[in-house]
Design a binder for this molecule. Sequence first.
Ligand SMILES: Cc1cc2nc3c(=O)[nH]c(=O)nc-3n(C[C@H](O)[C@H](O)[C@H](O)COP(=O)(O)O)c2cc1C
Length: 217
Amino acid sequence: MELLEALRTRRSVRAFKKDPVPRDVLEKVFSDASNAPSAINMQPWEVHLAIGEELERLSRRLLRSYKERQLTCGPGTSRNLSEKFMDRSRECALAMTPLAERMGIDFKTFVNEGSLCFFGAPAAAFLCIDESFPAERFIDIGSFLAYLVLAAAGHGLSSCPIGLVTAYADDIKDMLNIPESKIVTVSLALGHPDPGSPINEFRSDREGTREFLRWID
Ligand SMILES: Cc1cc2nc3c(=O)[nH]c(=O)nc-3n(C[C@H](O)[C@H](O)[C@H](O)COP(=O)(O)O)c2cc1C
């Protein structure tokens, strides 16, 4: 897929086919994503990639943990955000609600449990950074994530970033043998979309540049 086409058409997928992705394809996706820029080329990202039975074991543990702890998807801050941000997030949830209902599940259960099962994807990457890096370097992980979703698209894969995993980082570190000194920043579900699933009809919208771009001339 061409770069601009991928930029314009990529959207998160929330129902995957179980079919495994060949290792060499995954290897190329991560190799291409590593072209992402980072401050003074420190490349602070570390990726733990879970597939097959290991990913299924992890999903089962995360679902158990979710049932006990009920930590859910949200904006990740207790401070009040301006209404325009909350409206965008509500719009997303509202548009996905009837699609989830067509799948026989309420939206909140779908998005929380689905996120912790990586929406059935055959692969999930956990993007980590060592705790010795300052918060400013998290932007390099964001840069890697952006490259990663586009590299995946370029190799014919769909994806969905999953931030909810950060609330369950202790379970993830324990199951995947990730050292305590690593911060789990986000994960990415990777695979091929299930074309028959209603939820994959959802397409998020974007504001025009007038909303966020200020020219100074
Ligand atoms: C850091 C980050 C965390 C996210 N966490 C979740 C998540 O836990 N569950 C989920 O369903 N989607 C999650 N998403 C996907 C966003 O909801 C999605 O990117 C956004 O609505 C824009 O839609 P698009 O990716 O289809 O363009 C996350 C995205 C990012 C960048």
